[in-house]
Design a protein around this ligand. Structure first.
Ligand code: SF4
Length: 374
């Protein structure tokens, strides 16, 4: 079983914090959809033909028309075996989700929407240069709920000047909308982003770890009281609504990444497509794959396992570590892990070690301490 990820590299405008690959020139969208379908065909034998998740990410996949979505899905169906209960997600921005658009999406096999709300407050949306406003954030979800049951909302915390009260209010509005899944990320400032420049010029206050931590603590408390399971550091789901796509990725399962900048993973080999729309389209037209690849060493694969698993509720499983990486790594962990249990940063249940509430915000640092350095 595998997943397919489709990267749609277009956005109406550039959010100030974004460092994903996208272009605001939309005119190549039809060529891009053709190239994506061609790449699916070119790579159909690379991984298992049995597909359990399809994920349209970006960029802004909600810029695609119903016909374009259907044509990509038809290509996948013609060359792969898609499970009858496959999770098929489309990332959507609120400004695209008119009632009309939602009705169209409901006529496709898409069965999960991930809506990039980020905040319900005008001030935050403007600071981040999001294309939607507060009213669209609300109406997109209210309308989506009429046609979709499986909806996720993205929210960003740690935004400069966002008070704890406003963050709480964001969460209260989210909960009042009764969606079954929330992904919530701390605002990060990548080196080549507009936000970095604005902070450096003193136009925007810097992002502070202490604020992000205070918001994270509120998030944890509010979501847990509302019956959500924090199954991964940034992801909260009601039982039965965990993202199958993301979970497969954290569990080290194979996925085929299609489109410019998309990453793929299969049996220890990771590959990534060129992050340039024109180069991508040209290469695919010439029937060549614009990708680079690397084979992970056992050591790199172990370090990645530790990093990813400590962020999830499934944790590090020593029996699995032995099976995947061998005795050296289990012996190393058996020596290192007890100190973290003693500090109440990790919890031991049989052969499994999971992060505690106290350790959650420190999970990346704990993982780094558990890396094996050859
Ligand atoms: S909509 Fe998403 S991908 Fe596009 S610029 Fe904003 S954050 Fe980046």
């Amino acid at each position: 079983m595998a997943g397919i990820y489709i990267h749609i590299p277009f956005c109406k405008q550039a959010c100030h914090y974004c460092d994903f690959h996208f272009s605001t020139g939309l005119k190549r969208q039809p060529e891009m959809v053709d190239a994506i379908s061609q790449e699916i065909i070119l790579r159909k034998e690379e991984q298992s033909p049995d597909i359990k998740t399809i994920y349209f990410g970006g960029g802004t996949p909600s810029l695609l028309s119903k016909e374009q979505i259907l044509s990509v899905l038809e290509t996948i169906n013609a060359h792969f075996e898609v499970s009858l209960n496959a999770e098929i997600t489309l990332e959507a921005n609120p400004d695209d989700l008119s009632l009309e658009k939602i009705k169209e999406l409901a006529q496709t096999p898409i069965n999960r929407l991930s809506i990039g709300v980020q905040s319900f407050f005008e001030e935050d949306l403007q600071l981040m240069n999001r294309a939607h406003n507060q009213a669209e954030a609300l109406s997109s979800i209210q309308n989506a709920k009429k046609y979709f049951d499986n909806i996720s909302i993205d929210l960003i915390y740690g935004i400069p000047k966002m008070s704890e009260a406003r963050w709480r209010e964001n969460l209260e509005i989210t909960l009042s909308l009764e969606v079954p899944h929330i992904s919530s990320y701390a605002l990060t400032v990548g080196p080549n982003t507009a936000l970095r420049k604005m902070i450096d010029k003193g136009k925007v206050a810097p992002v502070e770890d202490a604020l992000a931590k205070a918001h994270f603590d509120i998030l944890q408390r509010v979501m847990s009281e509302a019956g959500f399971v924090n199954y991964e550091f940034s992801n909260y789901g009601k039982p039965g609504y965990f993202s199958k796509n993301n979970t497969a990725y954290w569990m080290g399962e194979s996925y085929l990444g299609i489109g410019p900048s998309a990453h793929s993973y299969h049996q220890g080999v990771r590959s990534w497509n060129v992050a340039n729309n024109i180069k991508y389209i040209k290469a695919i037209e010439n029937k060549s794959l614009p990708l680079e690849q690397e084979t992970l060493s056992v050591n790199d694969a172990y370090n990645e396992y530790v990093m990813t698993r400590l962020r999830t509720m499934w944790g590090i499983d020593l029996a699995e570590v032995e099976k995947l990486f061998g005795a050296t790594y289990v012996n190393y962990l058996a020596k290192e892990l007890p100190a973290f249990v003693e500090k109440e940063l990790l919890e031991k249940k049989g052969e499994k070690y999971t992060i505690t509430q106290k350790g959650k915000f420190l999970s990346d640092g704990i993982a780094a301490d558990l890396f094996y350095i050859e």
